[in-house]
Design a protein. Structure first.
Length: 459
């Protein structure tokens, strides 16, 4: 379809894709502002806070590749429905969790359900839109899903201060129910391609390969690197990762088709994704916790600190997506992360007594502009460089890369800032975030190539 005006079915597909991904991005970020309240209720410290975040990211990041294969093998609609129902059930279980240990376990199960949602939803967009219309649709998808990721702290803050951190998970039921209703209205039959299969052994190796090192990185502050409880999982995980890559070269139905990385924009784009999303996860975690635990902000005001990012993302993501479709993604992917990194350097003005309007807002606005200019072109460049019949696994790989980047960044917090969050350690974290973003821009500018221009108008 060359006309950028959307049909009824395309509007439904885009809405379904946005809502299905919305809940996973929301849960990935809303937890940050709720961590101090969770720690207070369960009488726990930084390690439990890291596990509450990373239990979700471990299963989400390790299984999202398997989910892409499941989507291609059993049909996108079926996997999407299973993921929505599973996410609803685990959201209710989190809201009722009686202890930190059970909360962490259920967060892991929720990550399993979340892994089923993102690749299936984005693959629906790839298969329903073409050309500039596709780039613009991806821009709208990234705008709203990024808004969910960034609005999470505000929503979490309001619930923590005025209701309960538990209820913010129960509210997931509303968008999930709406999404299931829209799927029924769309009436699209589930299609199962012939000959697709699942690499179950690859899935096991991937889980061990990521889970072992992440466990070691989080718990090393408690046990030390000399403890067998640390170096054994770390070593086993690294061996499993090597075995995973080797298996992908010979598996009949690989979870990670290594041939995709021969495509320049796909491989370079995923390197940029690693750097940008590691920075994004680390920044969201550190800023909202610092504003509460050191600067003395309430959970609501800490959440409001990132509201400008949400507003800029909603306002401009679709436009940047369309511009990327017209002029190519290289300029936006090159300059956007660098602008975002400069925004984080501006946050170095933050001290123990924080004035939001002079010390926080300028940096947040600059970061918002840079991030919004980056995300839609980044997604379009990666997925637009591979064949449509591999859109499910391509989307899964890119989302796995972004979640694993966030997972490792959170696991490394203890290494970056130490055991205590202070002004000095916070500034150290800000510099690391800025460096990651600037490197993401440099990699993109050097490595990304604009595709041939498609002579289609934009609205």
């Amino acid at each position: 379809m060359t006309d950028t005006a959307m049909s009824r079915d395309q509007r439904l597909v885009l809405t379904i894709a946005v809502l299905a991904s919305f809940v996973t991005f929301l849960d990935g970020s809303v937890i940050n502002v709720a961590l101090p309240a969770i720690s207070e209720e369960f009488r726990s410290g930084l390690t439990v806070q890291q596990w509450v975040v990373d239990a979700y990211l471990i299963t989400l990041g390790t299984l999202i590749l398997l989910a892409g294969s499941l989507s291609d093998a059993f049909g996108r609609m079926l996997i999407l429905k299973v993921g929505l129902i599973g996410f609803a059930l685990t959201s209710i279980a989190i809201a009722l969790a009686p202890s930190a240990e059970i909360l962490i376990v259920v967060r892991g199960l929720q990550g399993v359900a979340g892994a089923l949602l993102v690749p299936s939803s984005l693959a629906l967009i790839i298969s329903s839109f073409r050309g500039v219309a596709q780039a613009k649709a991806i821009g709208q998808w990234t705008g709203w899903t990024s808004a969910a990721f960034l609005a999470g702290p505000l929503l979490g803050g309001l619930f923590v201060d005025f209701l309960s951190w538990r209820l913010v998970f129960a509210i997931n039921i509303i968008p999930i129910a709406v999404t299931l209703y829209l799927i029924v209205r769309l009436g699209q039959k589930n299609e199962r391609p012939e000959g697709a299969g699942i690499d179950w052994w690859g899935a096991v190796l991937g889980i061990i390969g990521l889970g072992g090192p992440v466990f070691a990185l989080i718990e090393q502050a408690n046990y030390g690197w000399g403890s067998p409880a640390i170096y054994l999982p770390f070593a086993v995980g690294l061996v499993a990762l090597v075995a995973f890559v080797l298996r992908q070269r010979t598996a009949r139905h690989p979870m990670l088709p290594l041939g995709l990385f021969a495509v320049r924009n796909f491989s370079v784009g995923n390197v940029a994704t690693t750097l940008v999303y590691a920075a994004l996860s680390l920044g969201g975690f550190l800023l909202v916790i610092y504003l509460q635990e050191v600067a003395g902000y309430s959970a609501t005001f800490a959440g409001l600190a990132l509201l400008p990012v949400t507003l800029v993302s909603i306002a401009l993501s679709s436009r940047f997506g369309a511009l990327s479709g017209r002029y190519g993604p290289r300029l936006f992917m090159g300059l956007g992360p660098i602008v975002g990194g400069l925004g984080y350097l501006l946050l170095l003005n933050i001290g123990e007594d924080v004035n939001y309007f002079t010390q926080v807002l300028p940096g947040v606005l600059l970061f918002a502009l840079g991030l919004t200019a980056t995300v839609a072109p980044l997604t379009a460049a990666i997925l637009g460089s591979i064949p449509e019949n591999q859109s499910g696994i391509g989307s899964a790989i890119n989302n796995a890369v972004s979640r694993i980047a966030g997972l490792i960044a959170i696991a490394l917090i203890g290494v970056i800032i130490g055991s205590e969050l202070t002004v000095e350690s916070f500034h150290r974290g800000l510099i690391v975030i800025a460096v990651l973003l600037i490197l993401g821009g440099i990699v993109s500018w050097i490595g990304i190539r604009n595709p041939q221009k498609v002579p289609e108008p934009i609205s």
